[in-house]
Each structure stands twice: as structure tokens, then as C-alpha cells.
Design a protein around this ligand. Structure first.
Ligand code: 5RP
Ligand code: FE2
Length: 223
């Protein structure tokens, strides 16, 4: 079942509660945390996540684009995130970190920048609930989808199938009506969409339409 996670990076930050409610049919709300060190942009942190938690029933999918996730990621789970994603490039001890996130009761996920290969991390997959393959360079919304990531998505899905893992495969960056089918065909099942949802006249309608497209394009055995 395809999941659509609208990214509030493209929402109006002064009206976050309303913007969260505008996509009430979404599976998760994707929250991009940027620290102006790991990426050249600054967004929001723990206090905003705590407030958002109270403002919506939609579970929060926190994507941490920060240095020292080992120090900060478990606090996002404690603040109410249902899923916490750290970047492997920034993590000192990814296995220990994934276990700490799970111990806080959240799903643990690991993200890979476009130039980070998946192969060195094959043995870590059982420690994770989700793998995030970035389909743009992290830092900004509204960038063009990187087609060159499609083979990596296919390899990741094959790897998960080979190990018999039920984990989710998320794509983030440039996901829209014109790219989501290629991602679904390649094996992704969780789709982050920022500008494609929040720049639409009807954000809730955009979520439903993207989900339908992804469902149709998913390989038959994944339905
Ligand atoms: O992590 C991100 C950027 O680093 C965002 O989640 C992503 O870019 C969403 O925006 P869009 O769908 O407009 O590309
Ligand atoms: Fe993101």
C-alpha cells in the first residue's frame, strides 16, 4: 500500500496547524529538520515538533538533516515523532542510534544522500524500519527529481526482498505526478511530496491523486 507523506517544508510556516489539517488524508506528515550545518538551510526543531504533535492526529515523519544525530534524534522520538530518520553520513554509530530511536517507541529510519551508496549498509537494514533514498540533494524543496537515483531504488528493494525484510522504502525530493510512477515501479512505497502537494490548489486532492498513481504503478506483488 503506497503511503504519501506531504512535506511541510513547502507549507506556510506561520500557519502550520492549518497546513497540517489541509492534508488530513495523508499517511504521515513529513517534517524536515535542517540545522544549517549538515545542509545549507535552517528550518525548525524540537519545540515546533512538540507543538505540531498536539495540532494534528497525523503521525509525524521527522527527517533530520542535522549534524550529530546521535545526540539529537532520540529526543525527536520523545517529542512525539512516530518515525525518526537520521542521515548515515552524519551518524557516528548508526546501529546504536537506530536502537535508541526504537527504544523510544518510534520507527527508526536511515537516509542516504544521492552520492551515498547503499551497499556498505546492507547488514544494517534489519535494524531499520525504513530506508530513505534522497532523490535530490537535501536542503531545499522544489528541486528537480534525480532520475539517476532510480537504479539505487531498484537495488535497495531487491536487497530488502533478498533479506525478507518488511521495511519501507521512502523517496524524497522532486516527487510529483510526473515522477511518482517511476519511483513506485522501482520499488519505493513511501513517497514524500512537498511542492507537489502544497503548491496544488487542492492539497488533499493532490495527496489522493498521488496515492492512486503510485498504487497503479507498483509492481503487482506489492499490492
Ligand atoms: O528533504 C527535503 C529536502 O531536503 C524535502 O522533504 C523535499 O525536498 C520535499 O520537497 P519537494 O517535494 O518540493 O522536492
Ligand atoms: Fe525530507
Amino acid at each position: 500500500m503506497a503511503q504519501i507523506n506531504p512535506s511541510i517544508l513547502s507549507a506556510d510556516f506561520a500557519r502550520l496547524a492549518e497546513e497540517a489539517q489541509a492534508v488530513a488524508g495523508a499517511d504521515w506528515l513529513h517534517v524536515d529538520v535542517m540545522d544549517n550545518h549538515f545542509v545549507p538551510n535552517l528550518t525548525l526543531g524540537l519545540p515546533v515538533v512538540e507543538s505540531l504533535r498536539k495540532a494534528t492526529d497525523t503521525p509525524l515523519d521527522c527527517h533530520l538533516m542535522i549534524e550529530q544525530p546521535d545526540r539529537w534524534a532520540p529526543a525527536y522520538a520523545e517529542a512525539g515523532a512516530g518515525s525518526v530518520t537520521f542521515h548515515v553520513e552524519a551518524a557516528a554509530a548508526p546501529v546504536r542510534l537506530a536502537r535508541e530511536i526504537r527504544a523510544q517507541g518510534a520507527r527508526a529510519a536511515m537516509a542516504l544522500r544521492p552520492a551515498t551508496p547503499i551497499e556498505p549498509y546492507e547488514d544494517l537494514l534489519p535494524e531499520l524500519d525504513m530506508l530513505l533514498i534522497m532523490t535530490v540533494e537535501p536542503g531545499f524543496g522544489g528541486q528537480a527529481f534525480l532520475d539517476i537515483m532510480l537504479p539505487k531504488i531498484r537495488r535497495a528493494r531487491r536487497m530488502m526482498d533478498r533479506h525478507g525484510l518488511e521495511m519501507w522504502l521512502q523517496v524524497d525530493g522532486g516527487v510529483s505526478a510526473s515522477t511518482i510512477e517511476r519511483c513506485a515501479e522501482a520499488g519505493a512505497d513511501v513517497f514524500v511530496a512537498g511542492s507537489a502537494v502544497y503548491n496544488a490548489d487542492d492539497p488533499a486532492g493532490a495527496v489522493a491523486a498521488l496515492r492512486e498513481q503510485a498504487e497503479r504503478a507498483a509492481p503487482a506483488h506489492r499490492h
